[in-house]
Design a protein around this ligand. Structure first.
Ligand code: DGJ
Length: 744
């Protein structure tokens, strides 16, 4: 101590010596006095679901730690005497919401810049309350008066916990938040296998797996609006293993319900524990918080499975279907979209012909894609027109209502495409409102797909974007479906509206988008809305509070699509996944897979078609009719059943999955062979999952005259099908099969 005082005195003397020549730094009122923390009654809080528990321990100082996330424990109170210092010395342990400051030196969930320039925050428990399935913990910094409420909502049936933070500046002066995560979780294991997603246009939701070690792995997006290009704000972490397993072992999965920049970090400090911090990416987004103001973060969705990745996905899917998706698992129509059939080159007659064909094939909706608008700058290609949302009267002189009514008369619903957040460089909107465009003064405004992004942090732009939706809907009272596209991410970011408050831009954009979508949903609760973003660049649980479905990718080539859909299935349920059959070869991606393979694969999601029906031969057309008819028999299972993945396209020669109804009375099994299997090799065995072992199921192959399994149309017990009796013969690459199972 003596030595410390001497050093301080020496430093002070040095500082004084230079004082005549140097500018005096602004004095900060440092003292050695410390604010006394009130004593806290130690306690344990358990946030429980049907099978899992997140257990938090509060020590006598009020430090809150995560002591367990996993199986439910009969008496969580036993954690009361848990002492982290027995297990770790330097690391302060699994802080529930680590703030930058005190003994914590890792990636913080919260960091704050105070008016005096100091950066230290230490959060202590003050109180908590439980209301139904919601547990709220109140934390406070006694020196700076920052307060954080951590809200944990348990979804017992799905074994999911949604968690967010409400950060409050209870001090007297404005502060700035430089980290403001939604949630943090610490787990301890000997090995950590991280599964996450990467991708690009036409290669979305590609699966990446890697072992984590000491140090920090960061997954993030800084693209502003295309949240999931290239990463997705989701992950699965398998514990104590280097092997991926669908059926065994502990897995924690997480997904952030936010549609803008995000960051999820995995940090293994010297303690060997794994600390996960997830939330909005603070990149260029320090958030100003005036005295008395609060900032509420989006939800981070957590689930834990003790039975491998399959159960973790099923938990997320069930939670999403029952509690998060705008329309739950409500079935959306089998549609035909004209994009790949016509691109921009269509007229009313062509569209009516397509509608006739769609109706005769048993399809249920026609969607008119890009190209129907713009007069001064007609949208006849992707080099003009975005922003000018009026009917192109030259191209479609009869109007939208005429086409929509025609579709309705034929028994089809009608949908139409918009991309309301964008403006084209050649458009009236650009001439009228250049100040509405995302830009940075003096910098080139970079075009992507020849277009710019409108600045949704600006309330006038929010009104405009809402107006685009509203005006489009007013073109006909027979519009049942809107495809909402978004074909670029944000670059050269900046908002003319925000002036000096540019740090608000990225978050303000998404808040603005959500405001628009709230208004849209208030007026149009029943309209089916698809979220499309150059394909699947915007797939997240934030968007899915508003949208019925997503267009998973522009790539409908079977070989690529099987990987995209598999990746999507790890986090998102099948009912949101638009999956279309397009032509061979596909114009965009060189599709070569057979029609049956493409149909069987598209039928694992919300089936649709994306082609000119006239391009099909009579035989292909008859086959398409058959597949569509059979899909209608089992699609309730795809939309609302539990998914079991039997084989992964990333790991072997087959891909296989099945959906089982909640009451286990019906199931549909999809099998895809990926490589040549020579005739001397035994057929692959698929061990079916999720069936009732005691029940007997009749098995019927769909879409074929001659079945690939000797057991077709026979009946078998669930235990027989689960233990190796199911071995249809699929030998050629791209052989595929669909089996319907019905309990007798
Ligand atoms: C990108 C989408 O993914 C496509 O389906 C199509 O709608 C085009 N945009 C239209 O420009």
């Amino acid at each position: 101590m003596k030595r410390f005082v001497l050093i301080c005195a020496a430093l002070l003397a040095m500082a004084n010596a230079g004082a005549e020549t140097r500018k005096q730094p602004k004095k900060v009122p440092f003292t050695h006095e410390t604010v006394e923390l009130p004593a806290v009654e130690p306690k344990v809080i358990a946030v429980e679901t049907g099978h899992t528990a997140l257990i938090l321990q509060i020590d006598k100082k009020g430090v809150v730690r995560t002591v367990h996330y996993g199986d439910k424990i009969k008496n969580p109170g036993q954690f009361l005497s848990f002492n982290p210092s027995y297990n770790r010395s330097v690391d302060p342990g699994a802080l529930i919401y680590p703030a930058a400051g005190g003994r914590f030196v890792g990636q913080p969930a919260l960091s704050v810049r105070y008016p005096d320039g100091t950066r230290n925050t230490e959060l202590y428990y003050t109180a908590h309350e439980v209301a139904g399935n919601k547990t709220t913990l109140h934390l406070k910094d006694y020196v700076t008066a920052m307060e954080v409420d951590l809200v944990y909502e348990a979804f017992p049936e799905a074994d999911v916990i949604a968690s967010h933070a409400v950060i409050r500046n209870a001090g007297k002066a404005a502060v700035e938040l430089t980290d403001f995560a939604s949630s943090s979780m610490t787990v301890t294991a000997r090995k950590y296998l991280l599964t996450h997603f990467h991708g690009t246009w036409a290669e979305e939701m590609q699966v990446d797996r890697e072992m984590l070690g000491h140090g920090t792995k960061v997954l993030e997006s800084r693209r502003g609006i295309q949240t999931t290009q290239c990463n997705n704000p989701s992950f699965l972490l398998s514990l104590d293993t280097a092997e991926w397993s669908e059926t065994t072992g502990e897995v924690i999965a997480g997904s952030l319900a936010w549609s803008g920049n995000w960051r999820i970090s995995f940090e293994e400090p010297e303690s060997g524990a794994m600390r996960i911090v997830a939330g909005i990416n603070p990149y260029a987004s320090a958030w100003p918080l005036k005295a008395g103001e609060t900032f509420t973060t989006p939800d981070m969705i957590w689930t834990w499975s003790g039975q491998g990745a399959g159960q973790a996905s099923r938990n997320l899917h069930r939670w999403a279907r029952k509690s998060q998706l705008y329309a739950g698992s409500k079935i959306t129509p089998i549609l035909l979209n004209n994009w790949e059939g016509t691109y921009f080159d269509f007229n009313t007659k062509m569209l009516l012909d397509i509608i006739d064909d769609a109706a005769s094939m048993g399809l249920e909706m026609f969607v008119l894609d890009d190209g129907w608008f713009g007069n001064d700058y007609p949208r006849n290609n992707d080099r003009a027109g975005l922003g000018d949302w009026e009917l192109n009267t030259k191209k479609l002189p009869e109007g939208i209502d005429y086409i929509a009514s025609y579709a309705h008369d034929k028994g089809l619903k009608f949908g139409i495409w918009i991309e309301p957040e964008m403006v084209h460089t050649d458009s009236n909107l650009d001439r009228q409102h250049p100040e509405w465009i995302v830009q940075s003064p003096g910098r080139e405004m970079e075009q992507i797909r020849n277009q710019w992004t409108l600045d949704l942090s600006n309330p006038d732009v929010q009104d405009f974007v809402y107006g685009v939706f509203d005006r489009t809907m007013s073109l006909s009272d027979k519009i049942d479906y809107i495809k909402w596209d978004c074909n670029r991410s944000i670059t050269s970011f900046g908002s003319p509206y925000l002036g000096p408050e540019q740090d608000r831009f990225f978050i303000g954009y998404i808040q603005g988008l959500y405001k628009v979508l709230d208004r849209v949903r208030a007026k149009y609760p029943d309209t089916i809305i698809q979220c499309c973003s150059s394909g699947g660049a915007r797939v997240d649980y934030g968007q899915l509070r508003y949208f019925n479905e997503v267009w998973a990718s522009d790539n409908s080539d079977g070989d690529s699509r099987i990987r995209i859909q598999y990746g999507t299935s790890l986090i998102y349920p099948a009912c949101i996944m638009g999956a279309h059959v397009s032509v061979v070869p596909n114009h965009q991606t060189g599709n070569i897979t057979p029609l049956k393979f493409r149909f069987d694969l598209a039928a694992t999601g919300r089936l649709g078609m994306e082609l000119q029906p006239k391009s099909l031969t009579p035989a292909e057309r008859a086959f398409a009719d058959r597949c569509i008819k059979s899909y209608k028999q089992y699609r309730d299972l795809v939309f609302g059943g539990d998914l079991y993945r039997l084989a992964s396209p990333y790991d072997g020669e087959e891909s296989a999955l099945m959906y089982v109804s909640e009451d286990k009375s019906r199931a549909v099994v999809f099998l895809f062979n990926l490589k040549y299997r020579n005739r001397d090799r035994t057929a692959a065995i698929f061990r079916l999952q999720g069936l009732d072992p005691a029940r007997t199921y009749k098995v019927t192959e769909q879409n074929v005259d001659k079945s690939c399994w000797w057991g077709n149309k026979k009946s078998f017990t669930g235990d027989f099908l689960a233990s190796g009796g199911f071995n249809p013969s699929l030998r050629k690459p791209h052989d595929s099969a669909v089996f319907l199972l019905e309990a007798l």
